[in-house]
Design a protein around this ligand. Structure first.
Ligand SMILES: [Mg+2]
Length: 347
């Protein structure tokens, strides 16, 4: 395959409410859309949007690297290997997505077989950040009415009693028909985590993401906790993921392909995890409709029915174009013959 034209375009999507993490607060999501055109005139799009506070690279670094990659793409003849000189996860994600899109257009059946894609229904969880107890309860009610039954609750408030009170209120209000998972975003020491998780266990928790400040403390917590643990921020690359799959007893790994090395690294992580009966939860890094389409494809390759963290459209005021992978009753329907979806973009 020969790339005749390679360009990229910046975008910004407004969030309905500001998103806050430990390093920054942002009210819009910025990124780049790569557009590749091959010798047949087919077009493939890919998204490059490092997540502030989570990605190793920032948007300026990603843009410099992507710009340098455009010339490489135009000078190289590609078969089925889409490796590029850039090591940046968000740049690899964008190039691999765009190249894979072109490859699918060229030979859909080959790629469906190579990746092992089948029709799948993919359940999605809702996410509840820090907010007043009343607001959290009313958001859960709204989401239940939309068909959601799995809720990820952010914990790690300054006073842990506030977390316990919240869980108590959720179970008292909604009972035990809904599934709850927690995300502490590396807030606690292992002593705190072990103590708090013991108290949380009465609320029947599916798993807790990243309980501890340091990955080694999480390793210790996994040994003692009665609640399954998920790794998320600890995974920065395919190498760390494969190491933790082998060395850590955590049952779940939350993979954000925009951060964990791109699409092909994520495929390898899924295979490595499934060989050892670990469960991969595919999670968005607040991608637009373009990047999200690959995440749905990757989630279709996991071998379990736990919900994936792909409810990002809920955070945006609008998106780059119509979303052909809309969530219906808290589920995506993935049909490999419709992959990749057509994006009606203005560039
Ligand atoms: Mg998390």
């Amino acid at each position: 395959m020969i790339i005749e034209e390679a360009k990229y375009f910046p975008f910004a999507l407004k969030l309905k409410t500001p998103f806050q993490n430990s390093l920054t607060t942002f009210t819009e999501r910025k990124g780049l859309i790569l557009k590749l055109t091959n010798e047949l005139g087919n077009v493939g799009y890919g998204e490059c949007s490092p997540l502030p506070g989570f990605s190793e690279e920032n948007l300026e670094e990603a843009e410099t690297s992507l710009k340098g990659t455009l010339e490489f793409l135009k000078q190289t003849e590609f078969e089925n290997d889409f490796s590029i000189p850039s090591k940046l996860s968000s740049v690899k994600f964008a190039v691999e997505q765009a190249m894979l899109s072109l490859a699918f257009q060229r030979d859909t059946m080959y790629w469906i077989r190579k990746l092992g894609l089948v029709n799948r229904t993919i359940p999605v969880n809702a996410v509840l950040g820090f907010d007043s107890l009343e607001n959290i309860l009313s958001k859960i009610q709204e989401k239940i009415e939309l068909g959601f039954d799995t809720f990820k609750i952010k914990v790690g408030r300054e006073d842990p009693y506030d977390d316990f009170e919240l869980l108590e209120a959720i179970r008292n209000t909604f009972g035990y028909d809904i599934k709850l998972r927690l995300d502490a975003n590396q807030k606690w020491s292992s002593d705190e985590a072990i103590e708090y998780l013991e108290r949380f266990k009465d609320y029947i928790i599916e798993f807790v993401e990243e309980p501890c400040e340091f990955t080694c403390s999480t390793f210790r917590t996994v040994e003692e906790s009665h609640i399954p643990i998920a790794l998320d921020e600890s995974i920065k690359s395919q190498q760390t993921a494969e190491l933790y799959i082998k060395e850590c007893k955590a049952e779940f790994l939350v993979i954000k392909p925009m951060i964990a090395g791109g699409i092909f690294s994520s495929l390898k992580i899924i295979e490595a995890a499934q060989r050892l009966n670990k469960k991969i939860i595919i999670s968005s890094a607040f991608e637009s409709v373009v990047g999200k389409s690959v995440l749905v494809m990757l989630a279709s390759l996991t071998n379990h029915n736990f919900a994936h963290g792909l409810d990002t459209p809920a955070f945006f005021e609008g998106d780059l174009c119509v979303d052909t992978y809309g969530i219906n009753q808290a589920k995506f329907s993935f049909n490999p013959s419709n992959y990749p979806p057509k994006f009606n973009l203005p560039f």
